[in-house]
Every structure is written in structure tokens, then in C-alpha cells.
Design a protein around this ligand. Structure first.
Ligand code: SF4
Length: 231
């Protein structure tokens, strides 16, 4: 039986797309974005994460191996909510095209991350090439499935004028882009790095100022995109 490793199942989630969903957080993300606020999702193996309690520090294991059948059974418990609100896949887009082709007919909406357009910078900050990501985005946008592009606004990394202009240009040439979600950097995941014993490379970074976020929003709106902040 096919198995995977997950670190969280979040029910009745209202973030990350429209409607109500069950979000399954997998371990083993093929990227390692410097700003990731779910660093426990990068290493494919179970990890130890510490937590402070009133009685001292305790260690917990993050990551559970689960079979596809068991996971589907869990997700299906709330089928009624998905039928009411529509289903969505949230993805980094880094997957073999054959996998994209396989799941595409089953999707109602794809939330697709577009982070850095420059190939070298993408590799530097995420650990992988963006070639397959851009190809997959074109592939999905060439189908009937609507797509929302999600752009993390990471100060000094993704929020530069050149990168934003290139994303606007690239997305503007695709046909099924329903809108753009801008995701300003925040410090919420910072604590997790310490708990995992990892270095937080973004420790000194402050979230983008609202004026800059608004400026970027205007750029996308000028190109006729429906834009939300926070997604
Ligand atoms: S794509 Fe990047 S930000 Fe998203 S989970 Fe993977 S490493 Fe984290």
C-alpha cells in the first residue's frame, strides 16, 4: 500500500484558498525555501521538536507514516463541507509533469506558488530550479482548471521590482489565472526553527511595510488581476 508521511491534519481550515477544507501537511517538501514557516515539513523523516511546558521542556516526534486509504478515510469525514465550498490543491508546483496530468482532471482550483522568476536566484533561495515549476504552471493554465497564483513577499528576496514585473508578465500570458494572492512574510514560523534545533536564516528580517505590499498589489491590479493580500 502507498504510504506517505504527514505532520498535521488541519480540519475546517479557512486559510489558503476559498471555502472550508481539510489541509493535510506532508513532510518531504522538495524545496527548502529560506523563509519557510513550516520547516518541519522539509525533512522527509520524523523529527524531534521540543516544546516548553510549565513543568519543563518536552520532546515530541513530528511526522506520522500514514497509508493512502487511511488518509482518504480521514479526509472523507468532512466531504459535505468540500462539496459545499469546492476543493483546491495548494502546491509548490515542483512535481513530475506526469503527476500533474494525473491529478489535474480531479481538481477544481489550483493554488500555485510563484516565488522567484530568475533561475539562479530561485535555486539559491529554494534549493531547486524553477524550470519544472514554470513548465507545470503553463501546463495547468493550459487546461480548464482555474489557478490562483500565490506570491510570497519576502523582503530583499522576492519583493524586488524586477521579480514582481517578471511574475506579472509571465502570469499575464497564461489563460486560466483567476487571481493572485500576495503573502507577506511574517515571523510566525520563526520559533519552530529553534524547537527543531535548526538555524533560522530569516531571524533578522522584518515583514514588508504595508505601503510596499499595496504598491505590489497595484502592480498586479494594473495588469487586471484580482488580488488578495494574505490568501
Ligand atoms: S515550498 Fe517552500 S515555503 Fe512551501 S513548504 Fe516547501 S519549503 Fe516551505
Amino acid at each position: 500500500m502507498t504510504k506517505g508521511i504527514i505532520f498535521k491534519i488541519k480540519k475546517y481550515a479557512l486559510h489558503d484558498g476559498p471555502g472550508i477544507r481539510t489541509t493535510v501537511f506532508f513532510k518531504g517538501c522538495p524545496l527548502s525555501c529560506r523563509w519557510c514557516h513550516n520547516p518541519e515539513g522539509i525533512d522527509p523523516r520524523p523529527q524531534t521538536m521540543s516544546r516548553r511546558t510549565l513543568s519543563g521542556k518536552i520532546n515530541e516526534t513530528v511526522g506520522t507514516v500514514i497509508g493512502v486509504d487511511e488518509l482518504v478515510k480521514e479526509i472523507e469525514k468532512d466531504l459535505l463541507f468540500y462539496d459545499e465550498s469546492g476543493g483546491a490543491l495548494d502546491t509548490s508546483g515542483f512535481a513530475p509533469p506526469a503527476v500533474v496530468d494525473l491529478i489535474l482532471p480531479r481538481l477544481q482550483l489550483v493554488l500555485f506558488d510563484l516565488k522567484i522568476m530568475d533561475a539562479k536566484q530561485h535555486h539559491r533561495y529554494t534549493g531547486v530550479s524553477n524550470r519544472i515549476i514554470l513548465e507545470n504552471l503553463k501546463r495547468i493554465a493550459g487546461s480548464e482548471t482555474p489557478v490562483r497564483i500565490r506570491v510570497p513577499l519576502i523582503p530583499g528576496i522576492t519583493d524586488g521590482d524586477d521579480n514582481i514585473a517578471e511574475i506579472v508578465r509571465f502570469a499575464g500570458a497564461l489563460k486560466t489565472i483567476q487571481g493572485v494572492d500576495l503573502l507577506p512574510f511574517h515571523r510566525i514560523g520563526g520559533e519552530k526553527y529553534r524547537r527543531l534545533g535548526l538555524t533560522d536564516n530569516m531571524a533578522g528580517t522584518v515583514p514588508p511595510v504595508p505601503e510596499r505590499v499595496e504598491e505590489i498589489k497595484n502592480r498586479f491590479e494594473s495588469a487586471r488581476f484580482d488580488v488578495s493580500i494574505g490568501g
